[in-house]
Design a protein around this ligand. Structure first.
Ligand SMILES: [Zn+2]
Length: 656
C-alpha cells in the first residue's frame, strides 16, 4: 500500500489534483484559493508545490493530496486511493478481498447502466421510438443535444431491457441492483422499471452513467396538448398521474432508486457536462427539470444543472462549491417551484453562496424549457438580467403591497426580512432597511426592530446532512481559535526567525507538547536549521511542521524583524490570555460549588485567585491595546488583537 502511495505521489502534482476541484491561483512560490471547507472571502487556503501539501489557515484543515481527495469527496482512504490511482494510471493489486469484490460489484453496475443507455438510444429507431424523438424535436430539442446527453426511449414492454441485459451476461440480481428492474411480487422473476418512457441518463461527475430519469411518454404527449390548462406540477411529487393502457396509474417521472453507484442527494443532472462552463462563467444556473437543463444548454447557457425533481440538498451545494460560489435560481413558475426556490435559497445562503434569481415573466412559459422553446437565444439575456436575491423578493413584495392594509406591510417584512437578515454586508443590509422603511413609511428603527423579531420560516432544511455543523458555525471562518492554530502560528514565527523567538522568551507552559518540543529543538541549537532535517527529527509531527512552514512562507515573508517580533509577542499574549480565560471559567464553577457547600475558606481562596487572574487579564488587554496602537502607527495598518494574522486582501492582490 505504501508503495502505491509513493508511486501515485511521484506521478501526480498536488496543485493539479486540487486545481481540478477548485480555483487556484499562483501566489509567489505557492498557490492559493478560497477554502472549499469553510466559508471565506479572502483566500486562506494554500498549496505548496514544493512540499506537495495544502493547508487552510482559517479552518486548520490540511495534508497531502490523499487528505484533500478524502475531504472533498467525503470518502475514506481506499476510495481516495482508487480515485488518485486511476488518475495516475497506477494499477492497484493490493486491495483487500472485500474492497475488490465491492469494486467489482460497482463496475458491473456501471456496465449495466452503460448498456442500458445504449439500449434505450437504439429504441429511437422503433415505431414508437420515432414518435418520441419527434416529440422531443417538437419541443424544440436539437438532435445534437439529444445525442450529447444520450437520451433514449424505454419501450412499453415488461422485460425488453431485462431480457437484453441477460443476454449480455448479467444476472437478474445485478439488473435489480442497478435499479433497472424490479422483483415481481406475484410471480418469480423481474420486470423492467422503466416502460414507455423518454430516458435521461444521469451521470456522475466523471461522466459515467449511474442512473436514469424516465419521463412517461404517452402522458408527455397528453400534457403537451393540455398545456394551456395551466395545471402544473413539480417533478418531486408525482401528483400528475396518468393512466397507461393497462389501467395502471403511472407517475410522470420515474427515477432510479438509491443504488451502490447512485445517490440522488449527491448527483446533479448535467454537472459532468456543465462543470467546466460553470468554472469559466463562475456561476451555476440551477433549474428543476432535465428538459430545462438541456434546453438551456442548447440555447448557449451551458453552465446549468438540474436538481432533477429532487429537493436540493447540502451535498448538492457542496458539490457545486467546488466550481463556483455564485448561483442563479430558475425554478418552475408555479407555487411548488416558488417554494422550492425559497427553500433552495435558504440552504444556499447558509452556505454563503451569492444568489441571483431569474424571473420568467411570460405567463405562457411555466419553466425554462418553455421559455427557450419560445424565445431561443433570449434565454441568455434573461440569465444576464437575473436579480440579486433581495432585489428579487423586494420587487415582488413591493408589487403586492397594499398600503391601506396593515397586514400587507407585515407580509412585506415577512417575505423580505429573512434575506436582509442574512446579508453579510452591513452596507447592503442598511440599504435594504432604508428601502423597506421608505416603502412602508415607517422609521428605519422600526424596521430594524421588526427585522430582529421576525420569525425566520424559510430555512427548513435538515442540518444533519451538513455534517452536523450548525448553520451559525458554517456562516463564517471560525472565530474561536482552535488550539492547534495558535500553536501553529507561534511555531511558524520560530521557523521564520528563531532569533526573534529566543529574544522574546518562550513560555513553554502555554504551548502544546509537540510545539514545545520542536521549539526547544530549534532554540537549543544556536545555528540555522535545515527544514527537511527538522522534519526527519520529528516524523510524528511532520504535517504540523509543514503547516507551520507554509504559514511562515505566506504570512511572515514581508515582515521585517521588528514587525515579526511584534507579531510573536501578540501571539504569546493571545496564548496567555486564553490560558487565563480558561482558568477563570473553571474558577467560576468551583466558586459556585464552594458557595453552595458553604466552604467559606475555599470560597476565599478561590475568590482571591479569581481576582488575581481577572486583574492579569485586564493588564494584558490594556497592554494589547497600547501595543496595537503603536504597531498601527509603525506598520501603517492595524491588526485586531484577538485574531491570528490571516492573509489580507492587499497581500493577496500583491501576491497574485
Ligand atoms: Zn478552510
Amino acid at each position: 500500500m505504501q508503495d502505491n502511495v509513493s508511486k501515485i505521489k511521484d506521478r501526480l502534482d498536488v496543485v493539479e489534483v486540487i486545481g481540478s476541484y477548485m480555483k487556484l491561483q499562483k501566489a509567489g512560490i505557492n498557490y492559493k484559493g478560497r477554502c472549499p471547507f469553510h466559508n471565506e472571502k479572502t483566500p486562506s487556503f494554500f498549496v505548496s508545490p514544493e512540499r506537495q501539501i495544502w493547508h487552510c489557515f482559517g479552518c486548520a484543515k490540511g495534508g497531502d493530496m490523499f487528505e484533500f481527495v478524502k475531504e472533498i469527496e467525503g470518502v475514506e482512504f481506499p476510495e481516495a486511493m482508487k480515485t488518485l490511482a486511476a488518475r495516475a494510471g497506477v494499477q492497484l493489486e493490493t486491495f483487500t478481498r472485500e474492497a475488490s469484490l465491492q469494486r467489482d460489484a460497482k463496475t458491473r453496475l456501471y456496465e449495466v447502466c452503460e448498456l442500458a443507455t445504449k439500449f434505450f438510444k437504439k429504441q429511437f429507431e422503433s415505431t414508437t421510438g420515432k414518435k418520441t424523438l419527434q416529440y422531443l424535436r417538437d419541443r424544440g430539442m436539437a438532435d445534437e443535444t439529444i445525442k450529447e446527453f444520450r437520451l433514449g426511449f424505454a419501450p412499453k414492454d415488461w422485460e425488453s431491457l431485462a431480457g437484453y441485459l441477460r443476454t449480455c451476461g448479467y444476472a437478474d440480481q445485478e439488473i435489480v441492483d442497478a435499479g433497472m428492474a424490479i422483483r415481481s411480487e406475484k410471480k418469480q422473476g423481474i420486470y423492467d422499471r422503466f416502460r414507455s418512457r423518454i430516458m435521461f441518463p444521469i451521470t456522475d461527475i466523471s461522466g459515467q452513467v449511474v442512473g436514469f430519469s424516465g419521463r412517461v411518454f404517452a402522458l408527455a404527449a397528453e400534457v403537451s396538448a393540455k398545456e394551456a390548462s395551466g395545471s402544473q406540477n413539480l417533478q418531486t411529487q408525482p401528483v400528475d398521474k396518468g393512466v397507461d393502457q393497462t389501467d395502471h396509474v403511472v407517475a410522470k417521472y420515474v427515477n432510479t432508486p438509491q443504488t451502490l453507484i447512485y445517490d440522488k442527494s449527491r448527483v446533479l443532472y448535467g454537472l459532468s457536462q456543465a462543470k467546466l462552463d460553470i468554472k469559466k462563467a463562475d456561476q451555476c444556473i440551477l433549474v428543476e427539470g432535465n428538459m430545462d437543463a438541456l434546453m438551456s444548454y442548447q440555447a448557449g447557457v451551458r453552465n446549468v444543472v438540474a436538481s432533477s425533481g429532487t429537493a436540493l440538498t447540502p451535498h448538492h451545494l457542496r458539490l457545486l462549491q467546488r466550481y463556483t460560489k455564485n448561483l442563479g435560481f430558475c425554478f418552475d413558475t408555479d407555487q411548488a417551484g416558488a417554494m422550492a426556490t425559497k427553500r433552495g435559497i435558504g440552504l444556499a445562503l447558509a452556505q454563503q453562496f451569492n444568489i441571483k434569481v431569474l424571473a420568467i415573466e411570460d405567463k405562457e412559459c411555466k419553466d425554462p424549457a418553455d421559455f427557450v422553446q419560445k424565445y431561443g437565444p433570449r434565454w441568455s439575456e434573461l440569465v444576464a438580467a437575473a436579480k440579486p436575491v433581495v432585489d428579487y423578493y423586494f420587487d415582488k413584495a413591493r408589487l403586492a403591497y397594499n398600503p391601506t392594509k396593515a397586514e400587507s406591510g407585515k407580509a412585506v417584512l415577512a417575505s423580505v426580512a429573512p434575506f436582509v437578515k442574512r446579508l453579510a454586508s452591513n452596507v447592503e443590509r442598511s440599504h435594504w432597511i432604508s428601502q423597506l422603511a421608505a416603502l412602508l413609511r415607517v422609521p428605519e428603527q422600526a424596521v430594524i426592530a421588526d427585522l430582529q423579531n421576525i420569525k425566520d420560516d424559510f430555512v427548513v432544511y435538515d442540518n444533519s446532512e451538513g455534517g452536523g455543523r450548525s448553520e451559525q458555525s458554517q456562516s463564517e471562518a471560525p472565530s474561536k481559535l482552535a488550539p492547534d492554530l495558535l500553536n501553529e502560528a507561534i511555531l511558524s514565527v520560530v521557523l521564520k526567525n528563531p532569533a526573534v523567538a529566543r529574544e522574546s522568551g518562550i513560555p513553554h507552559d502555554l504551548l502544546d507538547a509537540r510545539t514545545s518540543a520542536v521549539i526547544r529543538h530549534i532554540s537549543d541549537r544556536n545555528e540555522p536549521f535545515e527544514f527537511s532535517a527538522l522534519i526527519s527529527s520529528f516524523p510524528e509531527t511532520a504535517m504540523h511542521l509543514e503547516f507551520a512552514n507554509l504559514r511562515a512562507q505566506e504570512l511572515w515573508n514581508e515582515l521585517d524583524e521588528e514587525e515579526l517580533a511584534f507579531e510573536f509577542r501578540r501571539l504569546l499574549n493571545m496564548a496567555r490570555k486564553r490560558a487565563l480565560t480558561t482558568r477563570l471559567v473553571a474558577l467560576q464553577f468551583d466558586l459556585k460549588e464552594a458557595e453552595a457547600n458553604q466552604q467559606r475558606e475555599r470560597v476565599a481562596t478561590l475568590a482571591a485567585e479569581f481576582n488575581d487572574i481577572a486583574r492579569q487579564l485586564t493588564i494584558i488587554n490594556r497592554h494589547g491595546e497600547e501595543k496595537n496602537e503603536e504597531a498601527t502607527k509603525k506598520a501603517g495598518g492595524g491588526q485586531e488583537t484577538e485574531t491570528i494574522r490571516q492573509p489580507t486582501a492587499k497581500e493577496s492582490s500583491q501576491a497574485g
